[in-house]
Ligand binder design. Structure first.
Ligand code: PEP
Ligand code: MG
Length: 594
């Protein structure tokens, strides 16, 4: 965090607060903050419940307990599809939540001591957690984490419904965390922006925010403590920046950016692929999470769908879908985009896209993620590949593999595909025999081994979000290392350059679907590097389609040579900034460098 005041403003008694989080849903929102107190603060400020109100309090507790049990039982169904160890842990949750001794302790605290339900639950669980923490047996000691998780879930169920009644019309909601249903409720009640302290970019809540078009920034540490309730807040959902108590200059700057965005959205967008000034056609695809997002993406000018994060289906359903359910979902995507291509990336679960039933790992970004999980659970992988192949009958589907680090992962996938294709052929089910296959280049291993993948696949899709995370060893979700996580770092650019040379030599398509594709200041550099298609969130398509025709690939290559010689990210940014000031007046307005 930094606190800046305008040096030229003598009235700058109130400091402008700039907070950095992760950009979760693009757009700019300006409004008063409605700050929702975190659970622990509510727990500390409780008052004794009057005897006449205690039975209502008991009822509140029982209702929350029923909801908790229902959600545990739902998870049990989901985990039976996934990992058995996890299933056993969730069974233990059920035992704890129905423990008569705990139930009795909570009941007594409410009825006899007049504690509000959440305080009774919290203190009763605390007593058990404390007892377990001092156990000599390490297995028992570790069970306290289960109790802590359960207590947290219980408290959310008790307290979050209350938060929804806050007055949010025209306001920015600042909360410790939000569920997807909360985002829908706040939107319905007129909230215009969202800031949370925790949460992953790909969390269900963020997907909903993007779908509803509410600017959102997540992962803003201590936001509920720092942002004053009722004060003006600017949410820049494209940059992941939150500015509380903006000074006049900042407020005016953001108001004009907001106006520019609105006027840009009104411009007609070319519906066919655009070309660079020297005639290289560069399709701009949309990255979407569901079939519902396809028609709006096409009307934003998408030349196809360059990335479907199919794992979002798991997040939505909260269980592992059958082949038929998946087939219907993929078919809907393919039909809605037809005849334009649709790129289905197989489930990239794990890391920050945790779903029920996955093992808890100390270092999930380096754990059982994407293709690794699928190869461990080949039954699930087979089901998905069968559903995708069946949906490929109209020949506009492409298959994409995430988190590849070795040729073996590709070989194992080919083996599975060959078996499934012959099964489908035997039962006369139509599918695309030449289903194009691509690998995500999002690990340094994949980039450095690209030569060995090139002869076997039809396209590479560079995922700069993860490529940056793994190259710079900087967690993409952590604000503590956000200053290190820079997609324009020369180390990342050198890997992209290496992959581009290989792609060119083998004549395979090179696309970029990481967030770097949305940085208009980097479009020229990326085209110079050899990127020949982009995939971005639908709302970025029009700006990118306006930028591409301003690029000349020959000049872009010269820029690349300079960028590759840079020793750090700052030098690359300086180079691009310098370049952007020399762009012609036909260029779209340039947003500040990310
Ligand atoms: C990436 O890593 O850049 C990417 C596009 O994939 P995801 O953000 O889903 O990990
Ligand atoms: Mg990725």
């Amino acid at each position: 965090m930094s606190a800046d005041s305008d040096p030229g403003d003598s009235r700058a008694a109130v400091l402008e607060l700039r907070l950095q989080g992760s950009a979760a849903s693009r757009g700019i929102a300006i409004g008063p903050a409605v700050v929702l107190a975190p659970l622990h603060r509510r727990l500390l400020q409780w008052q004794v419940v009057a005897p006449s109100d205690r039975s209502a309090e008991v009822e509140r507790y029982q209702k929350a307990r029923d909801l908790l049990l229902a959600s545990i039982r739902e998870s049990l169904t989901a985990t039976s599809f996934l990992l058995r160890d996890t299933h056993a842990i969730i069974e233990a949750y059920e035992l704890i939540a129905t423990d008569p001794a705990l139930d009795e302790a909570i009941y007594t605290r409410i009825q006899r001591d007049g504690m509000p339900a959440e305080v009774a639950v919290s203190t009763a669980y605390d007593a058990h957690i404390h007892a377990l923490a001092t156990a000599t047996d390490s297995f028992l000691r570790d069970r306290r984490y289960d109790l802590e998780n359960l207590r947290q879930k219980f408290l959310e169920l008790l307290l979050i419904p209350e938060q929804q009644v806050e007055h949010v019309q025209g306001a920015i909601v600042v909360a410790p965390s939000l569920l997807a249903t909360d985002v829908v409720n706040y939107h319905t009640n007129g909230a215009i922006g969202i800031v949370t302290e925790v949460g992953g970019i790909t969390s269900h809540a963020c997907i909903v925010a993007r779908t509803l078009g509410i600017p959102a920034v997540i992962g803003v540490r201590n936001a509920t403590m720092i942002i004053p309730h009722g004060r003006t807040v600017i949410v820049d959902g494209s940059r992941g920046t939150v500015i509380a108590q903006p000074n006049e200059q900042t407020a005016a700057h953001y108001c004009s950016l907001q106006r520019e965005q609105v006027s840009l959205q009104r411009h007609p967008v070319p519906s066919a692929p655009v070309a660079t000034a020297d005639g290289i056609t560069i399709p701009v695809y949309a990255s979407v999470d569901s079939p519902d997002e396809v028609p709006p993406a096409l009307s934003h000018g998408a030349d196809g769908i360059g990335l479907v994060r199919t794992e979002m289906l798991l997040v939505r359903l909260q269980h592992f879908p059958t082949e038929q359910e998946q087939y219907q979902w993929y078919t809907m995507l393919a039909e809605r985009a037809y005849p334009k291509p649709v790129t289905l990336r197989v489930f990239d679960v794990g890391s920050d896209k945790f779903i029920h039933g996955m093992p808890h790992e100390a270092n999930p970004a380096l754990g059982l993620r994407g293709i690794r999980f699928l190869l461990r659970r080949q039954d699930l992988y087979r089901t998905q590949l069968r559903a995708i192949l069946r949906a490929s009958e109209h020949r506009n589907v492409r298959l994409l593999l995430p988190m590849i680090t070795s040729v073996e992962e590709l070989t194992a996938t080919f083996d599975l595909l060959a078996t499934i294709k012959s099964e489908l052929a035997n039962t006369n089910e139509p599918f695309d025999e030449h289903l194009p296959l691509g690998v995500m280049i999002e690990t340094p291993a994949a980039a450095l081994l690209a030569e060995h993948f090139a002869g076997q696949v039809q396209f590479f899709s560079i995922g700069t979000n993860d490529l940056t995370q793994y190259t710079l060893a900087a967690d993409r979700t952590s604000d503590l290392v956000a200053h290190i996580f820079d997609q324009l770092n020369p180390a990342v650019l050198r890997l992209v350059d290496h992959v581009a040379r290989i792609a060119q030599r083998h004549g395979i398509e090179l696309e970029l679907c990481g967030d770097l594709a949305t940085f208009l200041s980097a479009t020229e550099l990326l085209i110079g590097l050899g990127i020949r298609a982009f995939s971005v969130a639908p709302s970025y398509i029009s700006a990118l389609k306006r930028r591409i025709p301003t690029v000349d690939s020959g000049q872009a290559r010269a820029l690349v040579e300079q960028a590759l010689q840079c020793r750090d990210s700052a030098s690359v940014h300086a180079l691009l900034l310098d370049r952007s000031t020399t762009l012609t007046s036909t260029s779209p307005p340039e947003p500040p460098l990310p």
